[in-house]
Design a protein around this ligand. Structure first.
Ligand code: 5RP
Length: 219
């Protein structure tokens, strides 16, 4: 099976975790693109979805699924999103698509985070995938120096601006053995908007696609 076929398989499986009649939180990325398509195809009736990016909002709208304002909602049951890496405690690195800040915000309001991934994303220790950090543009050089002090090698994601008008530093060379602590430490650097470690609010459920099927792993 190709990686795209695995992503499609896990996307179809995720539709079974969407509560009918409830608002849904929707992440960003190629796996989520397949999920949005599968959701529309399955015809699950939901009042609408909150999107973590302009990209996902546009795809939802193309399928006729109403896109809702997060500020109008106190909570909703399920958020479905992909990951760049996920470890055994269901902590993740996210933000390969640059949507990490909105993903973190939407995930914070959801009661349950369902991560959808192919088996290549499952790791023992987070950090082989460069850690995305969203930064206010004027703080770029300062934040890069601070991240270097933490042992990483930050690189500006060239030509990329987030939906929030900020830049991304991708931090190479980190072995993230204490994800929640590093997440908080990086958040403390002035100029950082959010970082791509999702450990303080990790996934509650992982749907992991391999050639022999989709495994369900709970926290
Ligand atoms: C976007 C993300 C994505 O979930 C992550 O990059 C995985 O993407 P894909 O499903 O394309 O492999 O965090 O900001």
């Amino acid at each position: 099976m190709t990686q795209d076929e695995l992503k499609q398989a896990v996307a179809r499986e995720a539709v079974r975790h969407v509560p009918p009649g409830e608002v849904l939180g929707v992440g960003t990325g190629s796996t989520v693109d397949f999920f949005i398509d599968a959701l529309a195809e399955a015809g699950v009736r939901i009042p609408g979805a909150v999107a973590s990016s302009e990209r996902s909002a546009a795809r939802l709208a193309r399928h006729g699924i109403p896109v809702l304002d997060l500020n109008e909602l106190e909570s909703f049951p399920v958020y479905v999103d992909g990951a760049d890496e996920i470890d055994g405690s269901l902590a993740m690195i996210k933000g390969g698509g640059g949507a990490l800040t909105r993903e973190k915000i939407v995930a914070a309001v959801a009661r349950r985070f369902v991560c959808i991934a192919d088996a290549s994303k499952r790791v023992e220790v987070l950090g082989r995938f460069p850690l995305p950090v969203e930064v206010i543009p004027m703080a770029r050089a300062y934040v890069a120096r601070e991240l270097a002090k933490l042992g990483g090698a930050p690189r500006l994601r060239e030509g990329f601006v987030t939906d929030n008008g900020n830049v991304i530093l991708d931090v190479h060379g980190l072995a993230i053995t204490a994800p929640a602590a590093l997440e908080s430490r990086i958040n403390d650097v002035v100029g950082v908007v959010a970082n791509g470690i999702f450990a303080r609010r990790g996934a509650d459920l992982l749907l992991l696609a391999a050639p022999d099927g989709v495994r369900t792993i709970s926290r």
